[in-house]
Design a protein around this ligand. Structure first.
Ligand code: PMV
Length: 312
């Protein structure tokens, strides 16, 4: 039997603009994880694989599955990568603490936990770039034209500065970051949010490209701040990023309500994280303001609240 896991992630700066070639920064959320277990099954024919996930309400046999099914796809891709042809039936069990379609990278984390568990079962080593590449193939099924930032930050499990098809720089935080995250409970999906931005940009390309460049500029400043360990600039940069995300139409009144509640309770900055239109928001706090921001988010109707420290 073999076990493996993978973390959730949060995009600190640059979502959406990253799809158009601007840099973005994401961090792993180590306390929220997807887990996969691979074991020899006690029924089924040699080579047959059953995948079961109570959290995702899924139970399927690989040989009966649509090749576009994300769970089946990651298993098939990983078996091919490992050149593994099991001579016994296998059972893959998935468990995940990560809310689905909420902007925290649940899809990529589940893929990566499965890949790692299959590699462990085969006694094989897969490098982070290989794990990331396999999960990226499945991200394409989830949402068409992903930037690749989700699979990257989760595969490396380190903060990353990322430019699509160009730059991947994992880095260490000089000073840990304290964040509080809260769920709006609203779900619209990444593909829909990305498609919405694409169609609005089509109508006003110059305006949108300027906004994306402005977001890219914020990301550069945030990267410098994170590398130096002096986080003074981060809060205002987050607020500015949120203004720009609002202007491209990916915020929601529930997100705005939570962001305002966090700022009023002493957060240094707050914004949506991930595709937006709902899902999670994040607030930058310090040790003194963390509990108050948590309470304020609860009172404002936030769900699934997480107080996390990144890079501790
Ligand atoms: O909501 P998530 O976790 O799938 O993040 C989406 C981030 C986007 O920048 C909106 C899309 C992408 O592919 O990078």
């Amino acid at each position: 039997m073999s076990l493996a896991d993978a973390s959730a992630k949060s995009i600190l700066f640059g979502e959406h603009a990253v799809v158009y070639g601007q840099p973005a920064i994401a961090v792993p959320l180590a306390s929220l994880r997807a887990h996969a277990q691979v074991q020899v099954h006690d029924y089924g024919d040699a080579g047959q694989i059953q995948i079961v996930s109570e959290d995702l309400h899924r139970q399927l046999w690989l040989h009966e599955c649509d090749p576009q099914d994300p769970l089946a796809a990651i298993v098939r891709l990983t078996l091919r990568e490992l050149e593994l042809q099991p001579d016994q039936p296998l059972l893959i069990t998935i468990r995940s603490d990560i809310p689905v379609r909420a902007g925290l990278g649940s899809g990529a984390a589940v893929s990566i936990a499965i890949t790692r568990a299959l590699a462990a079962f085969a006694d094989a080593e897969l490098t982070s770039p290989s794990v990331s590449r396999l999960a990226f193939e499945v991200e394409r099924i989830h949402h068409g034209s992903p930037s690749g930032i989700d699979n990257t930050v989760i595969a490396y499990e380190q903060p990353v500065y990322y430019i699509r098809d160009r730059t991947l720089q994992p880095f260490n935080l000089q000073t840990p970051l304290q964040l509080v995250l809260a769920d709006t409970g609203q779900r619209t999906g990444t593909a829909e949010a990305v498609a919405g931005v694409r169609s609005r940009r089509k109508r006003e390309p110059a305006k949108y490209d300027l906004i994306f460049e402005e977001i890219g500029g914020l990301v550069e400043q945030a990267h410098a701040s994170l590398l130096s360990g002096d986080h003074t600039a981060l809060g205002p940069l987050m607020n500015h990023n949120q203004e720009l995300l609002r202007s491209i139409g990916v915020s929601s009144s529930k997100l705005e309500g939570l962001i305002q509640a966090a700022l009023e309770a002493g957060a240094k900055g707050a914004k949506l994280t991930g595709a937006g239109n709902g899902g999670y928001m994040l607030a930058l706090v310090d040790k003194d303001s963390s509990a108050g921001v948590h309470t304020a988010l609860q009172e404002a109707g936030g769900a699934g609240i997480q107080e996390v420290e990144v890079g501790a």
